[in-house]
Design a binder for this molecule. Structure first.
Ligand SMILES: CC(C)(COP(=O)(O)OP(=O)(O)OC[C@H]1O[C@@H](n2cnc3c(N)ncnc32)[C@H](O)[C@@H]1OP(=O)(O)O)[C@@H](O)C(=O)NCCC(=O)NCCS
Length: 212
């Protein structure tokens, strides 16, 4: 079942996650990349992300996407959007209303070694004091994914994950979903409320809110 999760956040903001099981030709019906992507699996992920944008909104002008470095954008700003992929999964969020960011990550042990690179001291304390059913590696994945979606929401790049973002708390609101509250402090002071959801060993985080 390729499309395995969708959520309507409001009338003009939607997200979806796709499990990639199709060959490239399936996605090429919608979109053909304009730049060379030599690695076949990376090309497939890229195609699946663009495909999802069109699935979320049939009028999405996917062929008008430009790149600022690796960051995709539409010159006429007709939509806010964000894409993420990992392994055989792609996720996308589209909004007519709010800047957005999305991230999808596999829950992976490697984050146990990387914790200090992306969490500041208060966050390292928070994760140890937190009373939750989530494992340490799930919590780390959740916090990494949360910071990645905030990075994409901000869109201007050059963000220090330890200094410019501070996750204040995170709470499960259901069996596998929840919200995180955070502060984004580069150039601006913004309070962010991100959302997350686990699907087995996959973690999805997203943010859709007014600009900083
Ligand atoms: C580039 C980055 C945003 C995403 O890279 P990634 O590992 O390929 O992760 P994802 O699959 O989640 O995202 C890829 C998508 O993000 C989007 N993207 C790339 N650069 C972006 C940027 N600067 N801003 C917003 N979106 C971006 C693209 O849509 C890309 O997919 P596409 O090339 O198929 O269009 C991320 O890795 C990054 O640079 N993060 C900041 C790193 C950092 O500062 N770390 C310090 C703490 S240790």
């Amino acid at each position: 079942m390729p499309l395995f999760y969708t959520q309507n956040i409001n009338e003009t903001t939607r997200l979806a996650v796709w499990h990639i099981t199709e060959p490239e030709a399936f996605f090429n019906k919608i979109y053909i990349p304009r730049h060379e992507i030599s690695h076949p699996h990376k090309r497939l992920q890229h195609l699946a992300g663009r495909f999802l944008l069109c699935l979320l909104d049939a009028a999405f002008p996917v062929n008008k996407i430009q790149l600022d470095g690796r960051r995709p954008y539409l010159p006429d700003n007709s939509y806010y959007f964000s894409i993420s992929h990992c392994s055989d999964y792609a996720a996308a969020i589209v909004s007519r209303q709010f800047p957005v960011g999305i991230d999808v990550e596999l829950v992976a042990e490697k984050l146990l070694r990387l914790e200090k690179k992306f969490l500041n001291e208060p966050e390292q304390l928070l994760i140890r004091r937190k009373k939750t059913n989530l494992t340490m590696v799930s919590q780390l994945t959740l916090l990494w994914s949360t910071k990645e979606c905030m990075f994409k929401w901000y869109a201007k790049g050059n963000v220090d994950f330890r200094k410019d973002m501070a996750i204040k708390d995170y709470t499960l609101t259901g069996d596998a979903e929840g919200i995180a509250s955070a502060h984004f402090g580069k150039e601006v002071d913004a309070s962010c409320t991100t959302q997350f959801r686990f699907f087995d060993n996959l973690c999805l985080a997203w943010l859709a809110q007014p600009p900083h």
